[in-house]
Design a protein around this ligand. Sequence first.
Ligand code: NDP
Length: 290
Amino acid sequence: MRLIDGNAIAKEVLAEIKAEVAALAPVVPHVAFVRVGEDPASVSYVAKKQATAAEVGMRASLRVFPADVPKAELMAHLDALNADPAVHGILVQAPLPPHLPETEVFNRVAPAKDVDGFGTESIGRLVQEMPGAFAACTPRGVVELLRRSGVRTAGKHAVVVGRSLIVGKPAAALLLAKGCDCTVTVAHSRTADLPSVTRQADILVAAIGKPRFITADMVKPGAVVIDVGINRVPDASKKSGFRIVGDVDFDAVAPACEAITPVPGGVGPMTVAMLMRNTLDACKRALGRG
Ligand code: NDP
């Protein structure tokens, strides 16, 4: 079994980005974050993304709205960011409160600044396999992890468990695209006999949101397993009272795998690195150097 070290690979990617950012001086790529409410996971994700932006020499700004912000006020802020030439990328942290329809909010971000890749145009460009399409950061991180850790994808059967806009659907599109060339199956909560489907996977991507859901009997020996899940489970031994586990029962699954990502330290750091990559690309394109 080989451990795919997301921290080490993300570090490598971020070093490349830092050098490219420095070469753009005096222009500084700027990513604008928008957070609604105080969901603790969202607070920590945005803080991590801001800190990483600073590490690579980018500017990161943050506007926080209260959880009951009227939709019109949020949309007006997005319009202002869209119109501001000093802002290259915009990220609205999900999840949003129920009165703010996510797809409508994501679609309000100008396509040229849609560094999260959730807007209609970004997804259309991804499926059209247009060069330079902004792919959603987590799926882009999954593919980059596979590539940089030398996993062969062409002709392999990839099974993605989860069909969300944020992970499952774009992950399937990227794995299917030319260059990756996987044969892709997407499973979800209505899939019949899920273990028989996941056992066919040469590459298994778990994006379910349920702690340790993928058990050893669901994985073919020799498979490559990418665990996207981030789940908080109670742990009295931790100061926070919880710890993070993935969607894969790592201890039981890992021994029979060819390679596997840990949680934490697998896909998570790559998501942040890919956000920096998308922001840098957006900035270069705005400068006509994309
Ligand atoms: P969603 O809740 O939006 O989607 C979960 C998907 O899993 C759905 O498609 C759902 O099916 C499917 N599912 C749920 N239960 C089952 C089941 N019993 N059998 C088969 N499929 C099932 O979650 P996200 O896609 O946003 O996130 C998935 C996980 O990835 C979470 O743990 C999240 O925290 C993590 N995540 C990690 C990131 C990172 O940077 N590493 C970034 C984003 C997310 P259906 O559509 O039928 O309901």
